[in-house]
Design a protein around this ligand. Structure first.
Ligand code: ATP
Length: 251
């Protein structure tokens, strides 16, 4: 039997009369490279927010490694290994690349956020940061402010920050958004090199990236799971083509 790391059971979210997530029962297998796609407004963001604890479901549950985490707050989910890619927001904007990695590693090690001056005192932190800089192609920008990084490097740092949390499940939310064509290859190859034992759910509009990265695809339409299968099955599914791929390059 295949091990499942993340599972939702009958997950439902309503906003007033609108059902943004409708009875979604979804399984992410251990080591998965799974993509979640769907047309605009299909409910992808809402689903991710339910997984990460940003939103509370109206009904149903979220299980991580067999344990019900539906009532767990965001930080608790991260501590248990359910991590979404960070966004270079105000928190990181004033820090450089190394400082932002140090901040996340210190937090993981229970040393708390050090807002003004991240300390480099977690055991082994120098080696770990050096490894992350190298794995994600960030050596050349190690001392640059996060806010000044080119988009490609920003997206790579966002992934590196998530990996620094030592995820069991990594939710990649449009990891190549805004990245110019010339830099997309690097993002894709860094994604392909992520550790095999991390289970990954990719939420993505870009079908090139989906077909390159994923070996399983779920299609969300109007809040509900509409289809699921291998890349080959989904790319040949006429119903999926009609509702989603119809206008896309790979249809
Ligand atoms: N906080 C909210 N209050 C009311 N309606 C919401 C809220 N968040 C999302 N919705 C609605 O829920 C539906 C699903 O939205 P969601 O953003 O999850 O879709 P999506 O698939 O991520 O879309 P996109 O691909 O365009 O980002 C939409 O009809 C949206 O308007």
């Amino acid at each position: 039997m295949t091990a499942v790391t993340l599972e939702t059971r009958n997950l439902t979210k309503t906003f007033g009369a609108l059902m943004a997530t409708t009875d979604v029962s979804f399984r992410l297998e251990k080591g998965a490279r799974h993509a979640l796609i769907g047309p605009n407004g299909a409910g992808k963001t809402t689903f991710i927010n339910l997984l990460t604890g940003v939103l509370k479901p109206s009904d149903g549950s979220v299980m991580l490694e067999g344990k019900d985490i539906t009532a767990l707050r965001r930080e608790g989910r991260v501590q248990r290994g359910l991590v979404r890619t960070f966004q270079i927001n105000q928190l990181f904007a004033g820090l450089n690349v190394v400082e932002s990695l140090a901040l996340v590693i210190n937090e993981r090690e229970g040393q708390g956020w050090r807002w003004l001056k991240p300390a480099f005192d977690a055991p082994g932190i120098d080696d770990e940061i050096a490894g992350l800089l190298s794995d994600f192609g960030l050596d050349s920008v190690f001392d640059q402010p996060c806010s000044a990084l080119p988009y490609g490097k920003q997206r790579l740092l966002e992934i590196a920050l998530a990996v620094a949390c030592r995820p069991k499940v990594l939710l990649l939310d449009e990891p190549a958004a805004g990245v110019p064509e010339a830099d997309r290859k690097e993002v894709m190859s860094r994604l392909a090199a992520l550790p095999a034992d991390v289970s990954i759910l990719l939420i993505e509009h870009d079908m090139d990236l989906v077909f390159n990265f994923a070996n399983r695809i779920s299609v969300l339409v109007a809040g509900a799971l509409f289809a699921e299968g291998s890349v080959e099955e989904i790319s040949k599914d006429q119903r999926v083509k009609q509702v989603y791929l119809g206008g896309a390059a790979h249809a």
